[in-house]
Each structure stands twice: as C-alpha cells, then as structure tokens.
Design a binder for this molecule. Structure first.
Ligand code: FAD
Length: 255
C-alpha cells in the first residue's frame, strides 16, 4: 500500500527522485504532497517534502473531485451569481459541476477587454469605472502576480488547486507551500475557466452591473440590472468583493 513520507529533507541541489531511489531502490511511483524550503540554517538551506510513495507494481490513487449531480426540483429559476471574481467563478463552477445551470452577471468586461481599461489608467491616469484593477472578469488581483497563499486550513483547498491546474495553472501549485501562478499565466487560466463554464450551462453576461437586489419582505427574490431588467430567482450568490462600495451601501439601506 502507498505510504506517506513526511519531513523528508533534501538539499537544494539534490534531486528528489534520486534521493528516493537511494532510500528505497525498489519503489514504485511517487507524488509530492507538499514542498517547502527550510532556510533557518543559513549555511544549509534545504527542501522539506511530504511524499506519497507506492511499492513497485502499485499505482497511486488519483484524487477525483467529481461532484454528485443534483436533480433540481421546485423552482426552475436559475441561481444568479453576481460578480466574476474568484468567489463568483468558483460558485459558478461548483454549480455547473453539479449539473445546475446558472447566470453570472459581471459589471466589468471579459479579461481581454478589461486590460484596455487598466492600461488606460496606468498610462494616462484615466479611471474606467467598469474595467479597472478591481472590476471586471477575474475580479481584484487578476492583474497582480497570482499568489495563492492562505492561512486557513480548508479541505476545499486541494479542489481549488486541482481546478486551477485543470485550467492551465502550473501543476506544482498543488504541493508548494507558497504557491504562485504568475501574472501571465493567471490571465490565461480565467478565460479557460470561462469557456468551461459556458460549455457546461453557465450564461455569463459581462458589462452588466447589478444595481439592486429584489426583495419581498426579508426574502431576496432576484436582482435588478443597470439596464432596468428584473431577473428573478430565489437563489442569489452575491460575490461582489470588498471594492463594490455601492453594493455594500445598498445592503446597508436594505437593513
Ligand atoms: C492589486 C491586487 C493584488 C492582489 N494580489 C493577490 C494575490 O497575489 N493573492 C491573493 O490571494 N489575493 C490577492 N489580492 C486579493 C484578492 O484579489 C481578493 O481577495 C479576491 O479577489 C476577492 O475575491 P472575490 O471574488 O470575493 O471579490 P473580487 O475579486 O473583488 O470580485 C468581485 C467581482 O464582482 C464584480 N462586481 C462588483 N460589483 C458588482 C455589481 N454590482 N454587479 C456585477 N458585478 C459586480 C467586480 O467587477 C468583480 O469582478 C489582490 C488584490 C488586489 C487589489
């Protein structure tokens, strides 16, 4: 049966595969679960690995993140997700993976159009209120360097990393202790994610700001867009991030 080797120290100039070959000459396939650098001793910094290793002739189980498909009963109104930052995109992903069609509304444009608004600001100081570093497909931070560091220990982290890799992020984000997608790469990941969402039942409307929530009593029953359209659904995921001051003020007004 595959075993986990923890706290495996390997000098920076040594190859992990060679080290494992030396330690266990007859081993089978292995997989890195975690890699970090211990540089506390200035003169001998080294990698620290956790590795899953199989015996010769064995295989490693590939982690599957397939979600059960859900049969929807009752309301046929699609869930609405407001905002296509990380929270909104992953909410949409979870829904379509369960076979639930949804509608994603984003005030900014797709990432290729969005960069024009951002360049305009960087070059000429002209702020595009729709497309900027905080608003537009991918949300805040899409035009940064894509560090994926979190202090929380959530069981959902492997799923998120797995999906980012599926859409083109480097594989090592699944095991590095300080994972980093890189500024160019993260901008290629998001359009792939969008294509997947659309192909699997998510309608995405860019340049569509949600102006207010529709409510009946204390119940949210849909949203009103900037074009005056009322879209009804009993399920609204508000993923507008912390830059959306207007939405926060609206929520405050709603009490
Ligand atoms: C410059 C910068 C660099 C960053 N770098 C990193 C990093 O390297 N690593 C890291 O972990 N975090 C980083 N962050 C923080 C990270 O980006 C945020 O924590 C994360 O984006 C929050 O995700 P979110 O989906 O909740 O909200 P957001 O990313 O803010 O997304 C909200 C989305 O909702 C849309 N929206 C808002 N209001 C409406 C509305 N009324 N109608 C329709 N759509 C609406 C917005 O256009 C936006 O696309 C960075 C942030 C910034 C600003």
């Amino acid at each position: 049966m595959p075993r986990i080797l923890n706290d495996l120290k390997v000098p920076l100039d040594e190859d992990l595969a060679e080290r494992l070959q030396w330690m266990e000459p007859d081993h089978g396939p292995f997989r890195i679960l975690r890699q970090s650098v211990d540089a506390r001793q200035r003169h001998s910094p080294h990698f620290v690995y956790s590795v899953e290793i199989a015996e010769a002739g064995e295989t490693l189980k590939v982690e599957q993140f397939k979600l059960e498909r859900t049969e929807i009963s009752g309301s046929q109104e699609r869930p609405i997700i407001v905002g296509s930052g990380p929270a909104g995109l992953f909410a949409a992903l979870r829904l379509v993976e369960r076979g639930i069609p949804c509608l994603l509304l984003e005030r900014g444009s797709d990432s290729a159009t969005r960069i024009k608004g951002i360049s305009q600001y960087w070059r000429h100081g002209q702020l595009d209120r729709r497309n900027n570093v905080c608003y537009g497909e991918g949300g805040a931070g899409l035009y940064s360097d894509g560090k994926l560091i979190t202090r929380i220990k959530s069981p959902h982290i492997p799923y998120v990393m797995n999906r980012l890799v599926q859409f083109g992020a480097p594989e090592e984000i699944q095991w590095l202790s300080n994972p980093h997608v890189g500024s160019d790469r993260i901008r290629r990941v998001i359009p792939k994610m969008r294509e997947f969402l659309i192909a699997n039942g998510c309608e995405i409307r860019f340049d569509t700001e949600v102006k207010s929530l529709l409510t009946e009593g204390k119940q949210v029953v849909g949203v009103k867009t900037e074009y005056g359209e009322d879209i009804r659904s009993p399920h609204v995921v508000l993923a507008t991030g912390h830059s959306a001051e207007d939405m926060l003020l609206h929520l405050n007004d709603l009490g």
